[in-house]
Design a binder for this molecule. Sequence first.
Ligand SMILES: *[C@@H]1O[C@H](CO)[C@@H](O)[C@H](O)[C@H]1NC(C)=O
Ligand SMILES: *[C@@H]1O[C@H](CO)[C@@H](O)[C@H](O)[C@H]1NC(C)=O
Length: 484
Amino acid sequence: MKGEMLDVAQASLLEKPQRHQPGRSRRLARSIIATVILAALLVALNSSSWTGLVHFPSRSLGRVQKCSIDNFKRDLAFLDRAKPIEAQEFIQRRDRLAQALAKNGVDAFVLEPGYTFQYYGNISQTDWEPWEPEERPFLMLILPLVSSDGSVSARTAFLAPHFEEGRVRMLGIPSRDDAELDIVIWEEHWNPYETLLQSRLFEGKAQPTLMADEEMRDYIVRGLDGNGFKTVGLSPEAELVRQTKSAAEVELLRAVNTGTVAAVRAMRPCLVSGLTEDEVTSILDNTLLSIGFGLFFNIVLFEEHGALPHGGFVTGGKKLTQDSMVVIDVGAHYLGYSSDICRSFLIDPVDGLRLSSKDPRRAEKEKVWQIVLDAQTAAAEAMKPNNTAASVDIAARSIIEDAGYGYGFTHRLGHGIGIKAHESPYLNKWNTGAKLSPGMTFTNEPGIYLEGKFGVRHEDIYLVREDGEAELLTGQRAKGLYEP
Ligand SMILES: *[C@@H]1O[C@H](CO)[C@@H](O)[C@H](O)[C@H]1NC(C)=O
Ligand SMILES: *[C@@H]1O[C@H](CO)[C@@H](O)[C@H](O)[C@H]1NC(C)=O
């Protein structure tokens, strides 16, 4: 760059006396044109979000991969405030649940290994893999214990086959003390439900009421119902325990979701025409893995494939071009918490000139992109305590309908998110019964899908706050087609 400019300066000094030399003038003209193009490129660079990021156009997968990981690792500050959930918090969760059960007049909450078990007992999927839903019931029970002053705390117990008792103790479920790990055992030739009913847990209760977790298998619920228990479904009070995120959970959600958006943003300037959807999926997977995030799901769709909100059997092999609308919906895991974000963007054109596209759909892409963003803004503004789940969906839907694209917004606006990517409450226009309350976290993901053309979706995570405005947990919203 510097050498080029020096050339021009020297050339113009010498210009007059050498005017008669035509070859020299052509070189001078070429030199000036090159300088102008470089200056234009610099302007384009300065006005973009990827200033400071490595721009590395190359069709070599290895180089694209390295570029993406290098960009991503440049700033990992989003991890700083995320800490594993402490033992005390698991105990508090069970106490809060016990208080809800006391309010509901329920004798115990009952659950099988799964996400709810992870929430209350810190037993993750890999921890319980050996317990993979099999025919022998292994249950966790949380019972309300009312003390003389009326305060309610949790008593936690398990129902396990006798030969597995040692393994249950080794799971290391956070407890007040060892005595709290109360295990009711059954022999293989006994009826496990009868054993539970006659155990010390339900002494003096004729027909105890059990609240069955939503992940419980039907045959176990039937077994309990058929052997002297009365089972009921989740109450709003019990659901609210998990729906209301603690400060530590909010920081974990912020870290994993901000990090997942940052990964997409870091990868984008490295992408080049010719890469397939499957190749971009694996580049993004490796980028997430490079900082210890766990893979969860990753949907990469180009152009008309993006009009299928979750992709389909035909997607994976389409090749990227400078004009492809890229839709990436991706979730990762970090310290037990989930991300779920989506970005819609274009890659950088080889000539660096973002406005010179000859794509006949370019104008509509820009328009639809902005409508979806405006819908997301409207939904974020509606995410306030006491508003209904329906009202948030309607806020976004009205913007899209008013713009004439109502037919293209084919799914609900969003859902709760925590250790599980999809949690209640669900933001759809029918859900007028559920109200938002402080501490709830939601995806906000409007989209427009134009069959045979392209799709656009923007997805960010928000925290409902006591004091009005919902808080963004994804770091930075999308800003433009080249700034996802
Ligand atoms: C929860 O489980 C994880 C994974 O097994 C473990 O690393 C962590 O120490 C556990 N937390 C507590 C508080 O026991
Ligand atoms: C929401 O409603 C509850 C119960 O009606 C009320 O106590 C609370 O102040 C309301 N919160 C806001 C932010 O309006």
